[in-house]
Design a protein around this ligand. Structure first.
Ligand SMILES: [Mg+2]
Length: 318
C-alpha cells in the first residue's frame, strides 16, 4: 500500500496534454503573455456518480463485498447524518469502514482501486475523450488550443483510479482516505457539494496543487482558464453550487439523466437557468449530449479566436 504525498493531487497536473503548448505553472500573465495569446485551454469538468456512471460508485463493489444492501446503507447513513447534524459525506465515509470492520472485512487502498474495475460507465464514456479531442482539433482554427478533462467528485479517489477512464483526466479531485490514521481509515479530503466549487476556482486560477492556498486574490486577466472556456457536467441537486458558479462567471453547464428514465431534475435545472442544456447520459458520438457539447465547444472556440484577434490588434498598437 503506497500513500501519496499530501497535495500531490494524482500527479495529473504535470501530465502534458496532447495539444498543450504552455507549461502549467498557474502564474502566467493571462492573455498578455510574452509568447502569444495564452487563454486557449478548454476545461471540461465532470461529476462522477450519476453523470459518468449510473449509480454511486460504492454500490458496485464495496457494499456487495461487505454484504450490505445499497438502499439500506444510504438510508442509515443519511439518518445518522440528520440525527447527529453531521456532514453527510463524512458520515458515509466513516460508516463504510465501520460496517466493513463489523463484518471483519479489511478493505485497503489497493482493494478500493480494484473495486474501480467493477464500476459501470454510461454508453460511450470510454470513447468520449478521443471523440471530443478529435472534434476540437478539427474545429480549432487557432493553434495551440488544448482540451483538458477534470473530475470533481464526492466519491472516492481510489475507486476512480481503478476505472478505465482515470488516465483521461488532467486532474481528479475527489474525496480520499488516510489509511493508517487511526483504528479506521480516516477521511483525508471530503468534497462536499459546495466544496466542489473550490476546485472549479483551482482550475480557473491554475492552482491545482492542493498544498497551495486558493483564496489569494488573482485578477481575472491572470487566470489561465477563464470560466468561459469551461463546461461543467453534472446530474442533479448536488451539482447546483458548481453549476451556479459556472453560469455566474460566464461558464457553461450541461445536466444529464439516465437514458430512458425521468428527466424532471434536468428540466427543473433548465427552467431555473442553471444549465445551458440537458440530455440523456449517452456519450456516444452523434448523441444529443455529444451534439450539444460540440455546440458549446464551437462557441468557446469562436470566443477564443475573437479574443486572440483582439489581443493581436491591441498588441499591434503598442
Ligand atoms: Mg452526481
Amino acid at each position: 500500500m503506497v500513500e501519496r504525498q499530501p497535495g500531490a493531487s494524482r500527479s495529473r497536473a504535470s501530465k502534458p496534454d496532447a495539444a498543450e503548448t504552455e507549461s502549467h505553472s498557474g502564474m502566467r500573465t493571462g492573455g498578455a503573455g510574452k509568447s502569444g495569446f495564452e487563454k486557449k485551454t478548454i476545461a471540461l469538468v465532470y461529476d462522477f456518480d450519476g453523470t459518468l456512471s449510473p449509480r454511486p460508485m460504492q454500490e458496485y463493489a464495496f457494499l456487495p463485498q461487505i454484504g450490505i444492501d445499497a438502499a439500506d446503507f444510504w438510508r442509515e447513513s443519511n439518518r445518522i447524518a440528520r440525527e447527529q447534524e453531521a456532514d453527510p459525506l463524512i458520515t458515509y465515509m466513516h460508516l463504510l469502514y465501520k460496517k466493513a470492520k463489523d463484518k471483519g472485512i479489511r478493505i485497503d487502498r489497493d482493494d478500493l482501486v480494484a473495486q474501480g474495475r467493477q464500476v459501470e460507465l454510461f454508453a460511450g464514456v470510454v470513447e468520449w475523450f478521443d471523440a471530443i479531442g478529435e472534434y476540437v482539433k478539427l474545429r480549432s482554427e487557432s493553434h495551440g488550443v488544448a482540451i483538458r478533462h477534470y473530475m470533481i467528485s464526492s466519491g472516492l479517489t481510489e475507486i476512480i483510479e481503478g476505472t478505465p477512464i482515470y488516465d483521461r483526466f488532467h486532474n481528479v479531485f475527489a474525496s480520499e482516505y488516510w489509511f493508517e490514521a487511526y483504528d479506521l481509515p480516516y477521511p483525508k479530503r471530503v468534497i462536499t457539494d459546495t466544496g466542489k466549487t473550490q476546485y472549479l476556482f483551482r482550475i480557473n486560477k491554475g492552482v491545482e496543487d492542493l498544498g497551495r492556498n486558493i483564496n489569494q486574490h488573482m485578477p481575472e486577466a491572470e487566470r489561465p482558464v477563464p470560466f468561459s472556456n469551461m463546461i461543467y457536467f453534472g446530474d442533479g441537486d448536488t451539482d447546483v453550487p458548481s453549476m451556479a458558479v459556472m453560469r455566474k462567471n460566464g461558464g457553461h453547464a450541461i445536466a444529464v439523466y439516465p437514458p430512458g428514465k425521468s428527466k424532471h431534475k434536468c428540466v427543473d435545472l433548465f427552467k431555473a437557468g442553471r444549465i445551458d442544456f440537458f440530455a440523456p447520459a449517452d456519450y456516444r458520438r452523434g448523441s444529443d449530449l455529444f451534439k450539444r457539447t460540440c455546440l458549446l465547444l464551437d462557441r468557446i472556440l469562436a470566443d477564443i479566436r475573437v479574443q486572440e484577434e483582439t489581443w493581436r490588434v491591441a498588441k499591434s498598437l503598442k
